[in-house]
Design a protein around this ligand. Structure first.
Ligand code: NMX
Ligand code: MLT
Length: 436
């Protein structure tokens, strides 16, 4: 069985040759133009960065190395006794572009479990935080502190060669992903169940199986399976989203992956990005508290208009790139449709009913370019139904997941020798001079 590193070693030369050819033959080829609206509009629409593992189509949604969500659900190995994609098989696909065998997946699970313990000083650091500190702040600080053990940084200090960057980067990325369950679960324990003992990592479990166990839901097979799907599907969403892009930017300075991913987590913590999953739950529960569980379409419509008229966004709707319902939303809804207990859940029903009304209201409102749900519209309600009710924690789960894609690109960026990122900015005066 070839290991992940051996597989990457085989794949990298081909990609390096592809980049060399692109540079040699097409460095000056124009692939788009930049308008004033792009510069003042958050760079929306500008094709401006390399990202290997996935590409987002506005209408069809995400493809991981060309594979759609239904494709990966068919081909990627699941956990023993499970059906949903696991983080290890998604990580393998993202990093190598290849579908791992069952044996490779199990080998990676074991490696992650063996490397998953936190250094005692990080445990102490996390334990010193007040329970009132937002879980995302705690996660970002914990990840940054893990850079104490960065192999990339230590090798850089010793003067490693550029050709060696990616191997140290890969080792750091695997160590970081391995430690995320213990870190994220410790935060959950400290904030919501202080004093509860945390079990040791089980070397025979997959990454998310261990995470679910540490959270206290190891006996809940349905929730563990949901977490597996959730974490695999949130893993990568091409490179321009705020968290992935932040990791890419910070990593381009040759900052180690702990610092780069910690920065990414603070981008994910914003309500227009990953925090939206917390906001959706808060908003849907407030709707339920006000109108009750048995709501009509008319009542939801009225509530939506009230949200919009008060100047707030409808959380979980709209997207910077997508122009159709997010296929991740669809996949998570399908998970619910296949389980009778979820079909009876009042919060899941409310999310569904909201979806029947919100696109029409948002179209009538006429501002958002995409009136359809993104993944955050539904991701939290299943957690809530199965008893993981602390919605301030939801973005942490997203943060455990996004490491798969953001760290994959850090390995590729170093393997391809990509430079420090440094786009050109302009003042309005300078822009006006360009226009004249
Ligand atoms: N509710 C109300 N107004 C909206 C919404 C929405 N859901 N989405 C966009 N708009 C408004 C937006 O605020 C902007 O208004 P203004 O011209 O006054 O500034 C206008 O519509 C045009 O925005 P778009 O170009 O359609 O959206 P943009 O690409 O700028 O932003 C989001 C994308 C995702 C930030 C935006 O749709 C949004 O705020 N959605 C709600 C929050 C959310 O669900 N975020 C999660 C995204 C997914 N994730 O996990 O990260
Ligand atoms: C994501 O998964 O990062 C979000 O859908 C936001 C984005 O792609 O811009």
């Amino acid at each position: 069985t070839k290991s992940l590193k051996e597989t990457l070693q085989e794949v990298i030369p081909g990609k390096q040759a592809q980049l060399k050819k692109l540079k040699a033959e097409h460095a000056q080829t124009v692939v788009g133009d930049v308008k004033v609206e792009n510069i003042i509009g958050g760079m929306r629409g500008i094709k401006a960065m390399l990202w290997e593992a996935s590409v987002l189509d506005p209408n069809e949604g995400i493809r991981f190395h060309g594979l759609s969500i239904p494709d990966v659900q068919k081909v990627l190995p699941a956990a023993p006794g499970g059906k949903e994609i696991i983080a290890e098989s998604m990580l393998w696909l993202l990093l190598t572009g290849q579908v791992p065998t069952e044996a490779q997946t199990r080998q990676l699970s074991r490696e992650l479990a063996e490397k998953g313990d936190l250094p005692p000083f990080v445990e102490k650091l996390i334990d010193s935080f007040p329970a009132t500190l937002h879980p995302m702040t705690q996660l970002g600080m914990g990840v940054a502190a893990l850079n104490h053990d960065s192999l990339f940084q230590a090798a850089y200090e010793k003067g490693m060669k550029k050709t060696e960057y990616w191997t140290y980067m890969l080792d750091d990325c695997i160590n970081l992903i391995a430690r995320l369950p213990a870190l994220a679960a410790r935060i959950y324990r400290n904030v919501y169940n202080p004093g509860t003992p945390l079990p040791a990592l089980n070397k025979d479990l997959d990454l998310v199986g261990n995470y679910s166990t540490l959270l206290g839901f190891g006996d809940n097979h349905s929730l563990t399976e949901y977490l597996r799907l959730y974490i695999a599907l949130h893993g990568d969403h091409e490179g321009g989203n705020a968290s992935a892009h932040t990791a890419h930017l910070v990593g381009s300075t040759l900052s180690d992956p702990y610092l780069a991913y910690s920065s990414a987590l603070f981008a994910l913590a914003g309500p227009l990005h990953g925090l939206a999953n917390q906001e959706v739950l808060r908003w849907q529960l407030a709707m339920q508290a006000e109108i009750g569980s048995d709501v009509s379409h008319e009542q939801i419509k009225e509530y939506l208009w009230r949200t919009l008229k008060s100047g707030q966004v409808v959380p979980g709707y709209g997207h910077g790139v997508l122009r159709n319902p997010d296929p991740r939303f669809t996949a998570l809804q399908e998970f619910c449709d296949a389980r009778p207990e979820l079909q009876e859940s009042s919060i899941i029903q409310l999310v569904k009913k909201t979806y029947e009304v919100a696109p029409g209201v948002l179209k009538e409102h006429g501002k958002t370019k995409n009136p359809y749900p993104n993944v955050d519209a539904t991701s939290g309600c299943v957690l809530y139904h199965y008893g993981l009710k602390e919605f301030k924690y939801y973005t942490v789960i997203f943060g455990v997941s996004r490491a798969l894609g953001a760290l994959t690109q850090l390995v590729w960026s170093r393997a391809l020798g990509l430079p420090i990122e440094r786009p050109k900015s302009l003042s309005m005066d300078a822009l006006e001079k360009l226009i004249k």
